[in-house]
Design a protein around this ligand. Sequence first.
Ligand code: KG4
Ligand code: ZN
Length: 338
Amino acid sequence: MRVLGVESSCDDTAAAVLDGRRVLSSIVASQDDVHRRFGGIVPELASRSHIRNVRSVIERALVTAGLELDQIDAVAATNGPGLVGSLLVGLSAAKAIAFARDLPFVAVNHIEGHLLSALLEEEVEFPYLALVVSGGHTSLYFAEKLRSYRTLGATRDDAAGEAYDKVAKMLGLGFPGGPVLDKLARDGDPKAIRFPRARLKNPLRSVESGSFEFSFSGLKTAVWQHLRDRPGELDPAAIADIAASFQEAVVDMLLDTTGAALQSTQAPALVIAGGVSANSRLRQRAAELSAARGVRLHIPPMRYCTDNAAMIALAGSFRLAAGERDSLTTNAYADLEL
Ligand code: KG4
Ligand code: ZN
């Protein structure tokens, strides 16, 4: 089955064509240039950019796949969670195609897309623990089997990627902040500054209570205070030390809770997905953690870590193969539950 997937939940307009599990094309139009000068995503500008891009992105996905629209068997699109104005653009485009061509349609939860993204390139066996860590999400899930996911916990405040973006903004490093801080951190000393780690050891923490939580806003404030106490120009070495020390705190917090969840669930594998899984230090330390625990580690290649439509088409394909269909009246929801 050839499935066209469309994704527009945040600031990337994406379309992809899959034939079964084989990715024939995956096109992503980034809006970083639109949002860079604001140091974060401006929702209204995001929706307008999606409107400008969606048609050409879908066309490019078809051309790259070497297919005409009448060779597509079904359409899948993200309907949440995300920015509702952004979601509506891709969802409406996908529903319009399904309506015009009388094709089956399924709506896909963006998080399910991230959870399954590791399956695009590798055989990944269920069950597994999944850490989804991006600009909008920092959550742990237990993926028991297809369509059966348990939320183990999430961030109480900022997402890890959001903390990266805000710290980069404080340092005047532009947007998005993750890649540039990751790069700068390589020249810094992770022990130079002891930033606080929020360790939320909820006494009720168990697989059932879903309280494997994270918090990044205190760390963000600590970086702000550190900078406030050192007014004036920071030299490159001082910036590298801040980047490395901040990053070490983020990775410590992410993997502390992930380690506890591995212990509780006894999951034999760990999947890390979302934009922050591109982080070099997180990858290195996750590999160490997995080796120490004897669990398999799967991190999708970069192009499937960040937002993309291939993961949406894949999640859609599984649902379509199971005979599921959604109505063309399906709406977009900012806080759609998994
Ligand atoms: O998944 P994604 O493309 O979009 C959503 O937020 O849904 O993730 C983008 C986030 C941004 O916050 C960006 O700063 C972060 O991922 N990011 C990174 C790295 N590359 C991207 N964070 C840390 N290190 C990186 N190398
Ligand atoms: Zn995402």
